[in-house]
Structures are given as structure tokens and as C-alpha cells.
Design a protein around this ligand. Structure first.
Ligand code: SF4
Length: 509
């Protein structure tokens, strides 16, 4: 391909503008690419695009180098005969030779043991295609980079409340009063977030950034709270501790839209210890359902089906069912779990002083409780209950892989999900808004291959290589319980690694 010459007049007078999407980062801003004589001359933001409305960043504008960088590979390269692997000695070959070589090798692997193809790709935005290739080839050893990037983040939130940030939803900065951003660099949701933040600040919103470094986002925050890298989980647990202690949780939201009141088996000798109690207790209309969920009703002081008309559950306490089984509402178990996670405890771990943690918890709690938004929009919830208006606590969060890309990242993300849940700031105005369609199942329905026997010569897999385990039987292990995949994803060791574990591949290989 010809390199563009500088300061050259058009040879033909032919100019064109192509409308497309930037992929210099994962925000997918709309762009207009200007061409002259079929060469890209410059790139600008597309003012008609709903996401970025004409805004473009420096990285997006430099996308021209994807076409013209002299460092691009233009032909397949093959290691030179007689040279050692790693010597960096290559020669260009034709595409026919490259495809011929690959076809012969891949056909042999597929007809003998297809899982010997380990197909791990980069951030190519083509996972629908590459995943389909792996499925049709018959190898389960497939993943892209998501497992050590934002999908870790998404998995933790999706398993907690069924949604996440960025592609799955985002903060409602048009209505939020307090916005807390944690563990976020500037590559996810970049231009749209910067535009929304500018407007949020002009509208008088308060912006708190929690990050080890003062990033570009943190530079415009009202408060930048510096935290030691990898310690966000301790901060989040201490915030939960404080909000519960001050009683600043959203009881109505917890009762109506979460499993906080549901009773959990506390009999340590029972096979069901730690599981939600499911019962066939009849409800008032006589219907019995083995999936009935139990609440402890504070009027009748007994366990009732949660669909019992006018049931009003206790969130706290310790009770006994008629058969003597000890039970607690799951909200009580959350209390028990975080009782020692005080701001002083978190201060030692995070480097943030206890007073700052207390103030932040207080600010979140009272903003959520005292500045509630009410919109006159009638709606029907997923259970068929009709409401005259939509309400929401105006505390919004945004987080990314800074929380997730550490040991215990998944649990850190779950702590964020629980903090948002007790504040009631999920899928409501001023909080995080899911993208349609919803409600979605938790976890999502897609499952991986049914078992090791699904890997057969010359046979496609019976499911996509990646999925969302919902129970032990969804794990991808052999008869001895050992992982089938090279990266050990979906094994007892790494059960919920929904986008695979690319960082394990080289070591395990
Ligand atoms: S934020 Fe910049 S690099 Fe990312 S998609 Fe938008 S213009 Fe491209």
C-alpha cells in the first residue's frame, strides 16, 4: 500500500468521507474518515453519532496509522529454515503457502484430538466469530483477553445483580447527585464518560474518584481518594459495614428486589447448610411450589412464603422453622460477615484514614436516602406489580478493571455489587441503568460444553467454549474432577472464569 505523501495536491480531485466506528479503544465512537485519491487524510468525530456526538480523542484521530504505519505486517512471516525458535529470523511467504500450512496442521489436529488446538486471541472485537470457529473446530481451549480485563469486572457484578458497567449499563449522570468512580483508567467508556462528567460537574454534581494515581478523571474530581493498589475490597467492605451500622440501607428496595429477606439454612449438620431454604409450604391461595422462598413475617412471627399477601419480612434475626431447622435472613448473614470490617480495619490495609471512609459512607447513605428522585412514570415490575412513579437514590458508581485485576478481584467486585444493592442504586434513576433487555437471568443462560465427551475428532462442540456456570454440574471437568481446558477455566479451582484464563495458558502449556 502506498504511504501518503505530505503536502501533495490531489491528483484526481476525488475526495470522500466514509462514516464508520473507531476501534482504537473499546468505546466505539462514531467517526468520519476523510479520503483523498483513496488515501486516508484525516479522521474526525461524527457529530451525528449518539455516543460521542462528534467528540474524538487523540488516539482516535491517530487511527490513520492503522492504515499507514510502516510497522504494520503486510504479509505472513515464516521462521527461516535452519534458525532457532526465538532467534527472530523470518521470511515473508505468500498467503497461499500460509493457508496451506495451517490447513494441513489444523486438519490433522481436528481429526485426532481437537483440544490440542489452543486458540487464544487478543482484543479483536470478533469473539462471536472466533468463538464460533473454536466451537466448529471442536476445541474447548478458546478465550480472548476479557478474563484479565473488564469481563472479570462484569462477571462479579452479573453474578451479583445481573448487570454491569460499560456494555451492560452505566451511571445515570443526568440525574445523579453523587458520583463515585473507582479503579477506572480512561480506556473504557472514554469519550462518552468524559462528556457526561463535564455536564455532571456543570450541573453541580459531586464527583469522588478513588484511584491509586491521579488519573485524568481524578484530576477533575471534587475529592480524589488515593488508595493502595489492590485493596479496594477492604474499602468496600468497610463502607458496607458503616452503612449497615448507620441504618442507611434502602429497606424497601432490599425487600422488593433482592434476596435479603430470604431465609438461609443454619444447621451445620445439614447437607443444605448455607443454602436458601426452599419449601413446599402452601401459600394462601392453596398453591404449592417446591421453589417457594421463605421470609420470616413480622406480623405473624412465623415463616411464610414470600408471595404471601401482605407479608412483611424481618431482615434481621435468628429463627427456627417448625421442623427445628435454625435459619437467618441472608441480610443478617451479611451483617455477621462485615461486623469486623470497621473503617479502622480498612485504614490499615488501604492507606485511607478511617475518618475519610466514615465520611464517604455517610455521604453515600444520606444522599441516597434524603435526595431521592421521583419521576411521574407509571411502570410494571417483573412480578407484575404496578407502580405510579419511578424512584431512585441519586448515587451512581462506575468501576473497571482496577478493582478486578488483582487476586480476590471477583470478590472485590461482589462487594461493590452489594454496596450498590444496599443503597438501592441499581436500575433506578440516578444510579446504574441496565441496558435492555431486562430482567436477565442471573447468571445468564449460556453454558459451555456439556462435558469432556463433547470433545471428539472431527466434531463441533455441543456448546460454545465459554459460558456461565450456574451449578456444579455446569463445570467442565473430567470423571476425576480435573479440568479439561488448558487454562483450567470452569474447574473446581476456577469455577466462574467466564471468559477463560488466558494468563494461565503459557504456564500450563
Ligand atoms: S475514545 Fe478515542 S480511541 Fe476510543 S473509540 Fe472514542 S475516539 Fe476512538
Amino acid at each position: 500500500m502506498k504511504e501518503p505523501e505530505k503536502h501533495r495536491d490531489s491528483e484526481t480531485g476525488k475526495t470522500e468521507v466514509k462514516t464508520t466506528t473507531c476501534y482504537m479503544c473499546a468505546c466505539r465512537c462514531g467517526i468520519r474518515v476523510h479520503l483523498r485519491d483513496d488515501e486516508v487524510r484525516y479522521i474526525e468525530g461524527n457529530p451525528e453519532h449518539p455516543l460521542n456526538k462528534g467528540v474524538i480523542c487523540a488516539k482516535g484521530a491517530s487511527g490513520i496509522m492503522k492504515q499507514y504505519s510502516p510497522a504494520r505486517l503486510l504479509k505472513p512471516l515464516k521462521r527461516k529454515e535452519g534458525t532457532d525458535r526465538g532467534a527472530g529470523s523470518f521470511e515473508a511467504i505468500t498467503w497461499d503457502e500460509a493457508f496451506g500450512t495451517l490447513e494441513a496442521r489444523l486438519a490433522h489436529i481436528r481429526s485426532t484430538d481437537p483440544k490440542k488446538l489452543a486458540f487464544f486471541t487478543g482484543r479483536d472485537q470478533m469473539q462471536a466469530l472466533t468463538g464460533m470457529f473454536a466451537k466448529q473446530f471442536g476445541t474447548p481451549n478458546y478465550a480472548a483477553h476479557g478474563g484479565f480485563c473488564s469481563v472479570n469486572m462484569a462477571a462479579g457484578l452479573i453474578y451479583t445483580f445481573g448487570g454491569s458497567f460499560w456494555e451492560f449499563g452505566g451511571p445515570d449522570l443526568e440525574r445523579a447527585k453523587l458520583f463515585v468512580m473507582i479503579g477506572t483508567a480512561e480506556d473504557h467508556h472514554s469519550n462518552p464518560m468524559k462528556m457526561a462528567l463535564g455536564q455532571f460537574k456543570r450541573d453541580g454534581g459531586r464527583f469522588v474518584a478513588i484511584n491509586p494515581v491521579r488519573s485524568g478523571y481524578a484530576a477533575i474530581a471534587d475529592d480524589w481518594i488515593a488508595i493502595k493498589p489492590g485493596t479496594d475490597g477492604a474499602l468496600l467492605l468497610a463502607l458496607i459495614h458503616e452503612i449497615l451500622k448507620m441504618g442507611l440501607y434502602d429497606r424497601d428496595f432490599l425487600v422488593n428486589y433482592t434476596n435479603a429477606p430470604e431465609l438461609v439454612n443454619q444447621d451445620q449438620d445439614s447437607a443444605d447448610f448455607g443454602l436458601f431454604v426452599r419449601t413446599d409450604l402452601p401459600i394462601r391461595d392453596g398453591c404449592a411450589d417446591p421453589q417457594n422462598k421463605l421470609w420470616w413475617d413480622r406480623h405473624s412471627d412465623e415463616a411464610v412464603d414470600n408471595r404471601w399477601p401482605d407479608a412483611d419480612p424481618r431482615l434481621m434475626g435468628s429463627y427456627k422453622l417448625e421442623d427445628g431447622t435454625p435459619v437467618k435472613p441472608s441480610f443478617q448473614l451479611l451483617h455477621d460477615q462485615v461486623k469486623d470490617y470497621t473503617p479502622e480495619w480498612a485504614a490499615d490495609i488501604t492507606g485511607i484514614d478511617a475518618a475519610t471512609i466514615r465520611e464517604l459512607a455517610h455521604e453515600m447513605g444520606i444522599t441516597a436516602r434524603d435526595q431521592k428522585i421521583e419521576l411521574p412514570i407509571a411502570w410494571t415490575d417483573a412480578w407484575g406489580n404496578e407502580h405510579d412513579n419511578v424512584t431512585g437514590p441519586p448515587v451512581a458508581f462506575h468501576a473497571m478493571r482496577g478493582l478486578a485485576a488483582h487476586s480476590n478481584g471477583f470478590q472485590t467486585i461482589r462487594a461493590l455489587g452489594i454496596l450498590m444493592t444496599i443503597l438501592g442504586t441499581i436500575d433506578r434513576p440516578g444510579g446504574v441503568r441496565h441496558r435492555a433487555p431486562f430482567p436477565r437471568p442471573i447468571p445468564p443462560c449460556a453454558k459451555g460444553p456439556t462435558g469432556p465427551e463433547a470433545v471428539q475428532p472431527d466434531t463441533p462442540l455441543d456448546g460454545m467454549p465459554l459460558g456461565w456456570p450456574g451449578a456444579p454440574e455446569d463445570l467442565f471437568v473430567d470423571d476425576e474432577g480435573q479440568p479439561v481446558r488448558l487454562d483450567k477455566a470452569f474447574s473446581w479451582e476456577h469455577p466462574l472464569s467466564v471468559h477463560g484464563l488466558m494468563h494461565n495458558v503459557i504456564t500450563n502449556a
